[in-house]
Design a protein around this ligand. Structure first.
Ligand SMILES: Nc1ncnc2c1ncn2[C@@H]1O[C@H](COP(=O)(O)OP(=O)(O)OP(=O)(O)O)[C@@H](O)[C@H]1O
Length: 274
C-alpha cells in the first residue's frame, strides 16, 4: 500500500489564489474583477486527495491523487493531461460529485454564492448540477424509448424552457452535429456509437451553464464532427463558460486547450522509510 507524503512545492498550471467570497451569479460578474490575475475562477480545486479502498480485495487501498490544485476561470478551457491511469477521469468525477473526496476543497462559484463540493450535501450537489455545471461524457445514458429530439431537449425543459422552444434548439444542435432528421423521432438506443455520442454532446452542450466538464467528448467522432465539437467549445468559451476536459486526441487538445494541468505531478509518492 502506498501512502502520501507532505505536499509543499507541488507544481500547478496557475498560481494558487483564494477567490473572494461573493454571491453574484457567475455571468453577472465583470470579466476581470481580481486585478492582474484575470477573471475570478468559477472552479478552484485545492489540496485534493483521493485514495480508493477496494472492499472486495480485502480493503486494499490505491492512492491516486495528492494535493491536487488548479483553477478554471470563466471563458477558458483547462485540459487534464497525463498518462493513462493518472487520475484524469477521477478528477472529473470528484468535481461532479460522483466520487467522495478524502481531503481538500472543490469550490464552485454558483449563482447563489460558493459551494465546496468536497463537503456539500447531496441537495447542494444536485443544485450545482442543475444551475452551474454540466457533464458531457462519451457515453449516452438515457431513458429507453424516448425520441432523440426529446432526449436532447430534456435538459432545457427541466430548466423551464417551453417544450416547443426547447425542441427547436435541440433540432438546431442535432443538425450541427450531423444527426439526420429521420433519426430525431427514434430512441437513440439503436443508434451507432458515434450517433449516440453526438446525441449526448448535443444534450450536454445545449443548456447554458457556467461550467462544463468534458470527458473525451470527441473520442470516436469523424473529422467533420470533431470539428463541430471544437466549434461548440470555442462558442462556449466566447460566451464565458469555463471548461475542464479530457481530450486524448492531440489535435483537438491543441485546438481547444488554454492551459493543461499535468495530473501526474499530483500522483502520491510512497513514503521512503528513514
Ligand atoms: N471506482 C474505482 N475504484 C477503484 N479504483 C479506481 C476507481 N476509479 C478509478 N480507479 C483507479 O484510479 C486510477 C486512475 O483512474 P482514472 O480512470 O482516473 O485514470 P485516467 O487518467 O482517466 O486514465 P485513462 O486516460 O486511461 O482514462 C486507476 O489506477 C484506476 O484503476
Amino acid at each position: 500500500m502506498s501512502s502520501t507524503r507532505p505536499t509543499a512545492n507541488r507544481p500547478t498550471s496557475t498560481p494558487a489564489t483564494a477567490p473572494p467570497a461573493h454571491a453574484l451569479p457567475a455571468h453577472a460578474l465583470p470579466a476581470h474583477d481580481n486585478g492582474s490575475r484575470g477573471p475570478v475562477p468559477i472552479l478552484t480545486v485545492s489540496g485534493l486527495g483521493k485514495t480508493f479502498t477496494m472492499h472486495l480485495q480485502g480493503g486494499q487501498r490505491l492512492a491516486v491523487l495528492d494535493a491536487l490544485r488548479f483553477e478554471v476561470r470563466p471563458g477558458e478551457c483547462v485540459v487534464l493531461g497525463g498518462s493513462s491511469g493518472a487520475g484524469k477521469s477521477t478528477i472529473l468525477k470528484l468535481v461532479y460529485g460522483n466520487y467522495g473526496t478524502d481531503e481538500g476543497h472543490i469550490v464552485l462559484r454558483s449563482a447563489t454564492g460558493e459551494v465546496d463540493l468536497a463537503t456539500a450535501d447531496a441537495r447542494a450537489v444536485l443544485a450545482a448540477r442543475r444551475d452551474t455545471m454540466g457533464y458531457v461524457s462519451q457515453f449516452l445514458r438515457c431513458v429507453p424509448r424516448v425520441a432523440a429530439l426529446q432526449v436532447v431537449a430534456e435538459p432545457l425543459v427541466e430548466r423551464g424552457v417551453p417544450q416547443g422552444q426547447a425542441e427547436e434548439r435541440a433540432a438546431d444542435m442535432l443538425t450541427r452535429l450531423s444527426i439526420p432528421e429521420r433519426l430525431w423521432s427514434l430512441p437513440p438506443a439503436t443508434f451507432s456509437g458515434g450517433e449516440q455520442q453526438r446525441v449526448n454532446i448535443a444534450r450536454g452542450f445545449l443548456p447554458r451553464l457556467p461550467l462544463l466538464l468534458l470527458d473525451e467528448p470527441t473520442a470516436s467522432l469523424d473529422t467533420r464532427n470533431r470539428d463541430a465539437v471544437v466549434e461548440l467549445i470555442r462558442e462556449k468559451r466566447a460566451e464565458g463558460v469555463g471548461m475542464l476536459g479530457i481530450f486524448h486526441d492531440v489535435d483537438v487538445r491543441d485546438r481547444v486547450a488554454d492551459r493543461t494541468v499535468d495530473v501526474e505531478a499530483f500522483s502520491p509518492r510512497p513514503v521512503v522509510a528513514a
